[in-house]
Design a protein around this ligand. Sequence first.
Ligand code: TYD
Length: 206
Amino acid sequence: MSGLFITFEGGDGSGKSTQAGLLAEWLTEQGRTVVRTREPGGTDVGVEVRNLVLHHRGDIDPRAEALLYAADRAHHVATLVRPALERDEVVIQDRYFDSSVAYQGAGRVLDAKEVRDLSLWATDSLLPDVTVLLDLDENLARTRLDAADKPFDRLENEKAEFHGRVRAGFLALAEAEPERFLVLDATRPIDELAAAIRARVEAELS
Ligand code: TYD
C-alpha cells in the first residue's frame, strides 16, 4: 500500500477537526488527493452506528459500546480507507482505534489490550502512518465545549474525571509508540500547530 494514513486523536474540544481540515487543504495544494473522513460515522452504515452510540438515551453496556465502534471501524476501513490507500491517496481521519483504547479502555472498565485487539481484528491490522495527538487538559476542554454552545453527546456528558482518564490513556499510547505519534500541546496557536503537523507529514512524504 503506498498511500498515507494520518489520524487525529485527542479529547473532545481539542481542535482535531480544525487541524485535520488545515492539513487536508495544504496537502491538496501540494497536488495530493485527500480523503477526509472520521470515526464514528465515515460511511452510510457508520452514520447509523454513530447516531446509536452517541445519542442513544440510556446506558449502553461497555462491551456492546466497544463492539459498535469496532463495527463502524471495520466497515469504514474495508469500504473507504483501504481502497483510498490502495489508490495512493492520503487519508486524513478524525479518530481511529486509539480513541477506542482511550475511551472504552482507559475511560471505562474494559481491558485496553482487549479493546486494541478487537480493533485490530476489525481492521485486519491497519495501522496509521502518523497519529497526531492534540493533548489538552480535561478542564480546559470542558471550557471550550461549553463555549461552543452545542448540545453534548453521551461521551461529552461524562464527568471531568472520565475525560482525565481518557487523556492519560492517550498519553500512554503515545509513549508506547513514539515513532507513530506526534504529541502537541493543543493550547498552542492554531497556525503553530498546523506548521508542526505539516513538518511531520512532509518528512513522511519525502
Ligand atoms: P467526535 O466525532 O470527535 O465528536 P464531535 O463530532 O462531537 O467532536 O467523537 C464522538 C465521540 O465518540 C467522542 O466523544 C469520542 C467517542 N469515541 C469513542 O468513545 N470510541 C471510539 O472508538 C471513537 C472513534 C470515538
